[in-house]
Design a protein around this ligand. Structure first.
Ligand code: GLP
Length: 247
């Protein structure tokens, strides 16, 4: 695990976008795994800048998003479909047919999830996966539990996640209770992973995840210790509880 501590969020976003840019230049038809939430917004802004000012080309890039709230349609402003179009896709030259986001309105969840896995596999797997981290250690919507699902699946959101994500909704009652998410296996099969965390609200979980050097289903992000090619990029605030720097 390569731990990078940056001075601020801006620098974090630039580093993370730089890794994605290198991958796209190396392989124009890169399969990109994407995340939502406030953490990646700066990365998307920087990638948009690279597209507009440096000609970074997304025309062959394939994307797969991590997750979507169950029950929300793409038009819903709180959906991750809406987020992705409005924070990233509409500003770059990505082809609509190359975009994949879990369907929150699917009638047959099991069939949808298995097709999502097959689609990723058919493209040769995810080359680089961008991740945020929940305050409880979730990645995607893989919540802390006694056991973690391997493939894409429908999951129940924890009380903590519903409370934390209520800030994006008019009231906490509007927050969906379930989501469709890539599983730990889907994420871990990515060839390269970038996890980003910023701000003092993430200091506690980043400390817990990294200081103890253990893998635990109580902190789904800790499974990243088992991956060969992970960059954890945190700003100074999110690094506030780290005891040591890891190699
Ligand atoms: C959400 C998403 C995650 C995201 C996390 C952190 O619930 N499902 O993919 O990483 O929460 O969000 P934020 O970046 O806003 O802190």
């Amino acid at each position: 695990m390569n731990l990078i501590i940056t001075d601020n969020y801006n620098e974090l976003s630039k580093k993370s976008a730089e890794l994605i840019k290198e991958q796209i230049i190396h392989k124009p038809n890169t399969v990109l795994g994407l995340a939502t939430g406030s953490s990646p917004i700066g990365t998307y802004k920087e990638l948009i800048r690279m597209h507009k000012e440096e000609g970074l080309d997304f025309s062959k890039v394939i994307t797969f998003n991590l997750d979507e709230y169950y029950g929300l349609s793409p038009e819903n402003e709180q959906s991750y479909h809406y987020f992705m179009y409005n924070n990233f896709f509409k500003y770059v030259n990505i082809k609509p047919e190359n975009i994949h986001i879990p369907d929150g309105k699917t009638k047959n969840v099991a069939k949808f999830c298995s097709k999502y896995e097959n689609d990723i596999a058919e493209y040769g797997g995810i080359d680089i996966q961008l991740l945020g981290i929940g305050e409880n250690g979730h990645i995607g919507f893989n919540e802390p539990d006694s056991a973690l699902d391997v493939p894409t699946h429908l999951t129940n959101l924890t009380k903590n996640t519903i409370e934390v994500n209520a800030r994006f909704f008019k009231s906490i009652n509007e927050v969906p209770k379930k989501a469709v998410t890539m599983g730990l296996g889907t994420i871990m099969r990515s060839k390269q992973i970038i996890l980003i965390a910023n701000g003092d609200k993430k200091a506690d979980i980043i400390g817990k995840m990294i200081n103890n050097n253990v893998v635990t289903t109580n902190i789904p992000a800790s499974f990243l210790f088992l991956h060969r090619n992970v960059a954890v990029i945190v700003d100074k605030e999110a690094a506030g509880n780290l005891k040591q720097q890891i190699a």
